[in-house]
Design a binder for this molecule. Structure first.
Ligand code: MN
Length: 405
């Protein structure tokens, strides 16, 4: 594929021809409209006659495209690529290109079920040290299965949606439980996978079938109230400390765009059970960035590397369905917090401030432990796309608003 498009794509744009992420946008009263991003513009897919005739793009959501399966995903991507490459198509296509800058970005798909994993060995080790200093850092099961929990699909929200500080029960050591706004509100930098093709109840999906079912990738911020979480999580795991909001990026990057970003995952020891054995394992070499804006100043807090995740996306999918649980179009499964071996690769404030005991000194901001009202958190990611061209997975932004009283 040559890199040329007749659309003017600014140098360094996260959305060159090699990317073509999908999203749902609205301009004033017009929309929601299913679109593909190219440079600073969004191509309204229902504007293209032969694409409209597929019947997938006039519903204001990507749901019908997700359900259509991998052959159609490839067909649409090839067609859009060809349209944007062929100068003879410019006159017909240009009227359907609109500037992204003055659009509202909406949640691109209906989230069916939401699962969150815990697949970074460095994150799990750090959390173990912070929450359970007298016990082994990793739970006994951690290297035998990708630990996960079911989250709340109905509170998955799109980038740009404000986060109201949650209230709940908390318990300080040696005192009785109290109720009030969380004082340890945190972020979790994650990568999420969006399921397109459903599967049948009672029929497990193998790691090798990943690309038959998974459409693409979003950025995820799994906002976490650590004080609520710490008191409630034994023995059933996260509940109200997580379920108040989970943010996802508006742009969904198709897996096809990330083919060049596949790399070998870390070695696994001990060997996994056969159902978790991935014959062609891959990790994604995504470079994540967590930044904080406070008092008008912005500072990058960390740069986690997604390629170091211990459990692969294929293993997560295999584990998620091995008991016969079926997939639905719009299922979202997230990686768990992405943290690397060194402090500036940690994907949560819990780790960056070591449970609040060692505030992070952020340039221009000062000491950071947990989130304050008015803080804006931004997650970005870049990868290498086709032909070595860099692509960006858009932005995931959220601003903290005061608790309701
Ligand atoms: Mn999480």
């Amino acid at each position: 594929m040559t890199a040329h498009t007749w659309v003017d794509v600014p140098d360094g744009s996260p959305f060159p021809l090699q990317h073509l992420p999908y999203g749902v946008l609205a301009w004033g009263e017009e929309g929601p409209l299913a679109c593909v991003a190219i440079g600073d513009h969004a191509l309204v897919l229902s504007g293209i006659d032969d694409l409209r005739e597929l019947g997938l793009f006039d519903h204001g959501t990507l749901d019908p495209l997700l359900a259509a399966g991998p052959a159609v995903w490839a067909q649409v991507r090839d067609r859009v690529t060809a349209l944007l490459q062929d100068p003879a198509q410019e006159q017909a296509v240009r009227p359907h290109l609109r500037p992204v800058a003055n659009a509202r970005q909406l949640l691109a798909f209906t989230v069916a079920d939401y699962v969150d994993f815990y697949s970074s060995e460095h994150h799990a080790t750090n959390v173990g040290h912070i929450f359970r200093p007298d016990a082994a850092a990793l739970p006994a099961n951690w290297k035998h299965l990708p630990i996960g929990y079911h989250g709340r699909a109905g509170t998955v929200i799109v980038s740009g949606t404000d986060i109201v500080r949650p209230s709940g029960q908390q318990k300080a050591p040696g005192s009785t439980p109290t109720f009030g706004p969380s004082r340890r509100l945190d972020v979790e930098v994650e990568v999420g996978f969006v399921v397109g093709t459903p599967s049948r109840l009672s029929v497990p999906v193998t790691a090798a079938q990943f690309t038959d079912h998974v459409f693409g990738v979003v950025l995820v911020n799994d906002w976490s109230a650590r004080d609520i979480q710490a008191w409630e999580y034994v023995p059933l795991g996260p509940f109200l400390g997580k379920s108040f909001a989970t943010s996802v990026s508006g742009w969904v990057t198709p897996l096809a765009a990330l083919a060049p970003a596949r790399v070998a995952p870390p070695a696994q020891d001990p060997a996994v059970l056969p159902y978790l054995h991935d014959t062609d394992p891959w990790a994604l070499d995504l470079h994540l960035e967590l930044s904080l804006t406070r008092g008008g100043r912005t500072c990058v807090l960390s740069r986690p590397e997604f390629a170091g995740m211990y459990w692969t996306p294929g293993q997560q999918l295999a584990h998620l369905t091995v008991n016969g649980a079926s997939l639905r179009t719009g299922d979202l499964f997230a990686s768990g917090t992405v943290s690397g071996p060194v402090p500036d690769q940690r994907g949560s404030l819990l780790e960056l401030s070591w449970g609040g005991t060692a505030p992070l000194m952020a340039e221009g901001i000062g000491a950071v432990t947990f989130l304050e009202d008015g803080d804006t958190v931004t997650i970005r990611a870049t990868a290498t796309g086709m032909g070595g061209v860099p692509i960006g997975l858009g932005e995931l932004v959220g601003t903290i608003r005061p608790a309701r009283t």
